[in-house]
Design a protein around this ligand. Structure first.
Ligand SMILES: [Zn+2]
Length: 212
């Protein structure tokens, strides 16, 4: 249960020390009640105070999932229906070493490659985009297509930018991302994670230990 509490703590600002404690205790007790004799089930706590807007509209979920070639992992999320605050993260049940994965993305088939990305990970697609870790960074289990479509979504907003140069760059980047998704353009994806809670799950992926 320690891992769950740690993650929930990471979600919140240091100023919310009291609330961290409340979440930690609540999650732990609820899990014990529901977890009798059963493994891997979803746990949900609702009507919690939101750390952003303070409304009691926050839903916390925790789920244990067995991810092939990665191992068992905890998936967490916090979603506020009042202010749309959302955070999510993933953490391996077993402690992992800092890790660096890279993969050549060269076909539409590669879009299906499964990716585990924690909030601590840096995701790089050279000359295209870098997803940095930080307070706004989310953790999730997806595939390469999922990462590309997230970058695309963020770029969409810039298409209508007043600055014509930015708008033009955004349009070109979206075209490039589409070509990658269709397998018409090759690229590379690199994930570095000092927490070890990330992975690119493919025989094609190159795994290296990352220096701390
Ligand atoms: Zn809220």
């Amino acid at each position: 249960m320690q891992a769950a509490i740690r993650i929930i703590k990471n979600f919140l600002n240091p100023a919310d020390a009291f609330m961290e404690l409340v979440f930690g205790v609540k999650l732990a007790s609820k899990k014990e009640q529901k977890g009798q004799g059963k493994k891997s089930e979803e746990m949900e706590v609702d009507n919690e105070p939101c750390p952003m807007c303070r409304e009691k509209k926050l839903v916390l979920t925790e789920r244990e999932e067995d991810i092939p070639y990665f191992g068992k992992a905890y998936l967490f999320s916090m979603t506020c229906s009042a202010c749309k605050f959302h955070e999510a993260d993933v953490e391996a049940v077993e402690e992992k070493e800092p890790v660096r994965y890279s993969i050549d993305v060269s076909s539409a088939e590669d879009m299906k490659v499964r990716v585990v990305k924690s909030s601590q990970a840096t995701v790089k697609i050279p000359h295209i985009a870098t997803i940095e870790p930080g307070p706004a960074s989310q953790g999730y289990v997806t595939n390469i297509e999922g990462i590309i479509s997230r970058i695309k979504q963020q770029t969409e907003a810039l298409k209508e930018d007043e600055d014509e140069e930015i708008a033009d760059k955004a349009r070109k980047l979206i075209k490039k991302l589409n070509r990658i998704a269709w397998g018409e353009e090759k690229t590379r994806m690199i994930i570095e994670d000092p927490s070890g809670n990330s992975a690119i799950i493919s025989d094609k992926a190159v795994v290296e230990k990352m220096k701390k």
